[in-house]
Design a protein around this ligand. Sequence first.
Ligand SMILES: [Zn+2]
Ligand SMILES: [Zn+2]
Length: 241
Amino acid sequence: MLGKIKKFMLDTLFPVSCISCSKPNIWICKKCLSKIPLINNQVCPFCEKAITPDGRVCFKCRKKYSLDGLLVASSYQNELVSSVVHYYKYRFVEDLSLPLGIILIKAFLQSEFPIPDIIIPVPLHKRRLRWRGFNQAELLAQHLGENLTPGFNISVESNFLTRYLYTHPQMKIKNYAQRKKNIEGVFKPEKGIRKTIKGKNILLVDDIATTGATLFECARVLKRNGANRVFATVIARQEMK
Ligand SMILES: [Zn+2]
Ligand SMILES: [Zn+2]
């Protein structure tokens, strides 16, 4: 609710125009959107050193982690990408889920990730959801579910994982080990989920990843409950400041 009020006030105070070229009445125009570069050299999400196809987990890291790969669509170093993400995430501009969704789809279709059976957005704790007014990952997941495979929708399951512990927002925790600890055991699988996800390929969706600890933890829970492959995709990966 508070998020909605904030958004309304911002819309009234600052009329909408393209974040990049100021074209009126649109948050990001088609031309500027098409200029956003996709990342060609994807790396293993864990060591961030090995260059791997589509951001698959490298041979060395494979044994230690549950996530099979993280496709990072674009770069946070790109000014337009960081502003769009910022408007989306912190200024509650819900409408940006559309152009951001388009970027995710473009990146996914260039990859050789398997078409997922199920798409799962990284869940927010209900307290944060109330504050923000929408789950930014869920809107992106819905866009993917409806547009990734023309002709049929992929099911988007927002309740398969619940974030039942309130944690400090990851951005505020600088140390990797501490972040990992902060996130362990935070997600609870829905009751009876095993029957539905057993043997299925799942795509996790979030807006940005920093250390990736949240995605790794979600993947761990899903694999423990029978998922076959768990891939993830985000708009960009943000360096820790
Ligand atoms: Zn523009
Ligand atoms: Zn690696």
